[in-house]
Ligand binder design. Structure first.
Ligand code: Q46
Ligand code: ZN
Ligand code: ZN
Length: 311
């Protein structure tokens, strides 16, 4: 096979696109696919300040790299989740990338700022680790974006992630989650806009992108991911993709084009009416779910108040 664009020797074949590319045109393909999603879903513009949710993995670092190359103003935020060596290495990869690209990286360490970490929170509250972790991540990315004046938070969720989440939500018909499956979610009171510019690219492409660009990233899976249903769904969809190239794209984009509108929330009734007395974030009671989690995970320590986030 030869490169679809220049007919030169190839570095990758993409069966779902019935195409193959040389290095230069594969990198351009990744940028073009990202730019296409940003435009099609009206995710953000060149005047917007973007906060990249950086994990130290291939997707978030590739996304950050592509956004910078496309000329966007994109800073990163990495969270120290306290998941042993995995968290330390992840943060180190994020720092190295930021240093190499002369980009701004914000850091929040759960233990230092809130006196708990993900394993403790999971243990003390009886939640599965990914639930405690996801709640903390959403809260800290949203809150930091709003406090520092970013217009949008972007995440490195790729097509494999989104198809797996859609699959899980579909087989259980989780209407409320299906309503939030779009690659861009508008800002609402207390929440910034969120976007997933990598939805047209898969894991394999992102790994190849990082390899070709010389971006080092954490390869190991998070040790707390065990039992995570999404990994199971990903494996199922990979098997399907092997025999039917393009199945993931058809499933995900078919849903967006033809079915998503049926799951749109009815007249957005605002359930989260109050501001958390501790941190000011939206809450459906006095205290938001993150502060409730933190209180149970680190009960003897006074939590930061609205005026002293990192103190
Ligand atoms: S970091 Fe956190 Fe993930 Fe680890 S504990 Fe689960 S959610 S698997 S992306
Ligand atoms: Zn080429
Ligand atoms: Zn709170």
């Amino acid at each position: 096979m030869r490169c679809r664009v220049c007919k030169g020797p190839i570095v990758i074949e993409l069966r779902q696109h019935n195409a193959a590319f040389c290095e230069e045109h594969f990198l351009r393909f990744c940028r073009d696919q990202t730019a296409r999603s940003i435009k099609k879903f009206d995710m953000f513009g060149t005047d917007d300040r973007i906060l990249v949710a950086v994990s130290g993995g291939k997707d978030s670092l590739a996304l950050w790299d592509i956004l910078l190359d496309l000329g966007y103003t994109a800073d990163g935020l990495v969270l120290g989740l306290g998941i042993g060596e995995y968290s330390e290495s992840s943060t180190e990869f994020a720092r190295t990338f930021a240093r190499d690209r002369d980009a701004t990286l914000h850091e929040i360490n759960l233990q230092e700022s809130y006196r708990f970490d993900v394993p403790t929170a999971a243990r003390e509250t009886g939640r599965v680790p990914c639930s405690a972790c996801g709640l903390s991540k959403r809260h800290l990315f949203d809150k930091t974006a709003l406090e520092l004046g970013y217009d949008v938070v972007v995440t490195g969720h790729n097509l494999d992630d989104e198809a797996a989440v859609l699959f899980g939500n579909t087989i259980r018909w989780k209407d409320d989650y299906l309503a939030r499956q779009a690659p861009v979610l508008p800002a609402r009171a207390g929440f910034p806009r969120k976007a997933k510019p990598l939805v047209r690219l898969g894991e394999r492409e992102m790994a190849a992108y990082c390899l070709l660009r010389g971006i080092d990233y954490i390869v190991e899976e998070c040790p707390m991911a065990e039992g995570n249903k999404h990994l199971e769904y990903k494996a199922l969809l990979n098997e399907l993709e092997r025999t039917s190239p393009g199945a993931k794209m058809q499933f995900y984009f078919g849903f967006l084009d033809r079915a998503a509108r049926h799951f749109e929330p009815e007249d957005a009734v605002e359930h989260l009416i109050s501001a958390c007395v501790r941190c000011g974030s939206p809450a459906n009671g006095e205290v938001c779910s993150f502060c409730r989690l933190a209180e149970r995970a680190a009960p003897v320590v006074l939590l930061p108040t609205r005026s002293g986030r990192d103190s």
